[in-house]
Design a protein around this ligand. Sequence first.
Ligand code: HEC
Length: 375
Amino acid sequence: MGGPRRAVAIVLCLLLSAALAGAQFLPRGKADVRAGERIYKSACAACHGQAGSGASPELTAFPRPRTFPDFTQCSQTTSEPDIFWKAMVAHGGRYRGFSQIMPAFSEALTPEQISDVVGYLRTFCRNPHWPRGELNLPRALATEKAFPENEVVISSAVNARGAPGVEAHIIHEQRFGVKNQIEIDVPLNFEDQDHTWRGGVGDTTLGLKRVMFSSLRSGSILSLQGSVIAPTGNRSRGFGSGTTTFETFAAFDQLFRNNSFVQFQLGADLPRHTDIAPQSLFINTAVGQTFGADHGMGRLWSPMLEFLARRDLVDAARTDWDILPQMQVTISRRQHIRGDLGVRIPASNTAGRPVQLMLYLLWDWGDGRLNEGWR
Ligand code: HEC
């Protein structure tokens, strides 16, 4: 118990002291929107239109890519961090695996002018309540994040010691409205049980998340989620709990100026039949930092360390502690395909809880199809 707590304290101190260093993802200073407007009208409006929704196709000859932006649609624009847009304006569409019709302006515009014109692009979305993509922190292997996402994740945990077994999850997350997201999580289990491999579906989760608060200025976002975990798994094979469970959690994520971050998730699992499955509380924490090639515009590497605690609400229960070091990396040029690899190490109550190799592949389908954005 003391070990993990001390480690959390040390990591938090390091992050807070590093937080005083330079900026990348969070905006530093204010863009000059008036200057940005002048640049936009002379260099961008011919293709993107005076109103930001695209120039009239009759007046422009270029073929429209499927992903051609309408800057007035908050649903399309707010999930894109400024740095992704700056990368495209500076280096052209090809740089992020988009159409080469979007030209590069790094010769014509200074970095300040690019900031100004991106600041002007932001004025086309008139609803300030959409959470901004800068707050979409790297997904950790266990800790759920606060940002609502359009993504498909295939994750798996493989027992590195103890009984051979694999648990995979197919997770679909989809946003709706300004602040909401639904999530469906179907687990698949494969286990060597007395020298016979058995497989089966586990308990399926249907969840609803809602952002309660988000602020780009302070770098923070808070969400609540409620889920129903249906007993679709075979209990006698150990793949399911045998009862419907209501799960609820709060997720709070904080991004600092130097691209380090902390993600907290605090929740409870409340089964309907507590005689066969106990109620439990959990607190998950992920701390990490994102490093980007090319001043944060290129491939992103995010080392993270998770501290996971779970305690059953029964007499004489002890807390299960796990630590989970990992590395997330963007794989496609567009950064809409990401991978994460880590090792989950039980730190208390280790009997029957094997060390696990964990990994996922993530597809942010709002940003493009699987085969798009590689070159
Ligand atoms: C020759 C036409 C043309 C000009 C001029 C042009 N763009 Fe583009 N821009 C495009 C096209 C086409 C795309 C869509 C690329 C794709 O989706 O594959 C695009 C995409 C973008 C995107 C990405 C939006 C997203 O969310 O995917 C940004 C940001 C952008 N342009 C900003 C600008 C700015 C700022 C200027 C002026 C400094 C500018 N563009 C000038 C054609 C142009």
